[in-house]
Each structure stands twice: as structure tokens, then as C-alpha cells.
Write a protein that binds this ligand. Sequence first.
Ligand SMILES: Nc1ncnc2c1ncn2[C@@H]1O[C@H](COP(=O)(O)OP(=O)(O)OP(=O)(O)O)[C@@H](O)[C@H]1O
Ligand SMILES: [Mg+2]
Length: 386
Amino acid sequence: MSERHKILIADDEPAIRETLEALLFPEGYDLAFAENGHEALEKAAEFIPDLILLDVMMPDMDGFEVCQHLRANQHLAEVPIIIVTALDDRDSRLEGIEAGADDFITKPFDRHELRLRVRTITRLNRYRSLLKERVEKDRLRESVSILEHEAAIGNLSAGVAHDFNNILAVMMGVEFIEEDLGEIEKEIPPEFRKALKARFDRSKRYCKNLTEARELGMALTGGITEFARGATDGTLTQHLGPLVIKPFDIFKRKFKRWEIVLNLDIEQDLPPVRCNGGEIQRAVLNLVTNAVYAMEEVHNVHRRLNVRLRKDGEAVKLSIEDNGTGMPEDVQTRIFDNLFTTKEKGKGTGIGLATVKKIMDSHGGKIAVDSEVGRGTCFVLTFPVT
Ligand SMILES: Nc1ncnc2c1ncn2[C@@H]1O[C@H](COP(=O)(O)OP(=O)(O)OP(=O)(O)O)[C@@H](O)[C@H]1O
Ligand SMILES: [Mg+2]
């Protein structure tokens, strides 16, 4: 690329064009000329100058109008424009500034002054574009490193999901224990059975919980491995209710420990939606994990989690509302950014909500948040009904 600065000179007077050429050519500029406003616009578009010297009084289209057209063109809007004018009054300067001019030179011009102004402005602009280039490169580098990071996390989670699935497979033994418990209970003489009933019931309940947690775990890991393999999108037309309720089993103990009251309100006769069950459960799991975390941080309040699934026009809406810490506005604007977290190292990765957003996008749905510090947070997921 040439290092020579390019200057477009637009003036209808040949004598002025020649004078400017005689002044600027020896300085090493690459010059182009236009004799009227229209030509100035055409030449500017093909030459893409580093600076335009523009006469005001030209036939057909005056310099101010040319200036306005240039500023309206996204490729030329940044090019510095010096208006060369015989009009030295305040009004025409104001008009020039309004039209987008950067500087003025009054005719007849002082040669040294003109050279100096041109030199300063072209250098300044080169510096500005270098700076812009550098900022863009930095931004690009940053997004590449985020992508690399995401890919590394993706590989890692696919590996973890795979190994975790093997662990979950071992947990299948719980189902045999549950079966055996039933058999053993029947074998116990009736006179002892009554005394042991409470214990048997508790053991069977634990077995059931473990089986449910295992099934949920397998749906989640299955989703991750399927995603890593780039397999089918796994969507079905199904009811959201059971999918939404399931992840809450995992939180039972947490809710009890933190005295969180869960209000589940699932409307009857909701229409089914087309969705990937594993992904919906992942989204709910993330939102509830965040809500529980936010509620653990507040004290002296009756912690409650309101979960509502309802029909709204042509959509089904799921709202998850906590009365935890709430979020300040600057946090709210960044929560869907990948890797954004306010949690200390080891407590959060900042992937949760970015994942939920991706899941909602892939379902053609929406996620919205309403939050206030000290009041709590409500996330609303909107699923289109097809
Ligand atoms: N219900 C909520 N109440 C208050 N703040 C929340 C809530 N949900 C999300 N946040 C804020 O949004 C941030 C981003 O949430 P996100 O789930 O993406 O990441 P994380 O929870 O920090 O980490 P992880 O990747 O482990 O989920 C959180 O760090 C927190 O500041
Ligand atoms: Mg989270």
C-alpha cells in the first residue's frame, strides 16, 4: 500500500487548481481534481482521498452541499474536508461547520499556512486510522481468544459428560436395591413389618430420588454429548410442565436447608411446544441454581421462589422469580455475556445464562429479566407455540 497521502482538489477555477497542484505536488501528495460538485462526489467515491480541499462557490452544487453528501456517505464520512473560500464571514463558516467541514482556508491563501494545515490534517488522520485499526485488531484478538476458550470448555465438558455418564450408569444399581427392598419387605413376618415400615418407606423414597436424579443427570450429559457430536437437535413437540418440574427434585434439600418456599403454579391444559427436553431442563436448572445462590445471600427475609408456567397469547411463558439479592442495572446489561460472572473464582464461570440464552435462541424463544437490588429477580422465558 502506498504511503502517499491522497488529496482531492475540487475547484471550478483552473488557476486555483493549478496553484494548489504546484504547491502540493512537490510535497509528495497523490492528487486528483474535480471541476464541479458532482465530479467532486464521483472522484471522492473512486479515489477515497485522505483529505478533500473543497471550493465553496462552484456552479451546479456548492461546496456546502458537496460536504453534506460526503458526510452522508458511510465510506467518506470520516474523510477530513477543508473548505477553501473567499467568504470570510462568520455565517458562511457556521454553514460550513454545519455541513461537516473540518477546517477553512481563506482565499487568497498563504502558501506556508496552506502546506502546514494540509500536512497536519493528513498526518492526524493517518494516526487516527492507525489507532482505529489497532483497536479493531485488539477486538478481533479478544473474540478469537473467547472462541478458543469456548472450544476448550466445550471439549472439556464433552469429556466430563462422557465419563460422568459411566458413573451414572453405576447408579442404576439403586433400581435393583429398590426392587430388593420390596421383595424383602414382603418376606418379613407381618408382626415385624409394621415396626419396620417407616424405615422401608424412607429407603424406598431415597431410592426413588436417586433414580430421578440419575435420569435427569443422564438427560443432561446426553444433551452435552449429543451436542458435541453435532447429532440431531433432539426436539419433540411436548408439554413443558413435566420438564419444568423435574429439575426441582434436585433442589429439595437445598430448599429445606435455606428455608426456601417453592410456589409452583403450572396452568392446566397448556399447549405443547416444540423443544429439546434436555436443554429445557438445563435452562431451568441454571436459573434455579442462580436464584438459590441469590437467596442464600439474603437474610431476615422469607425466601420464596415463585415458578409459573402459563399461556400468553400464542406463547407459553415460564417465569422464575426469587426474592434474593437482585441485580444493579450495570450487571443486568451483561448477564447474558459469555463468561460474565460476579461470583468469586471457583463459585461461578459465567456460562450459565449465556447457555440459557443460546437455548432460548435455538428454540425461537426469548428470555427477559426484571430485577432490582433488594427486591429480587424474575426471569421470563417465552416459548412460541407452533
Ligand atoms: N437470580 C439472580 N439473582 C441475582 N443475580 C443473578 C441471578 N441470576 C444471575 N445473576 C447474576 O448474573 C451473573 C451471571 O450468571 P450466570 O449464570 O451466567 O453465571 P454464574 O452463575 O456467575 O456462573 P455459572 O457459569 O456457574 O452459572 C451472576 O454472576 C450473577 O451476578
Ligand atoms: Mg449461574
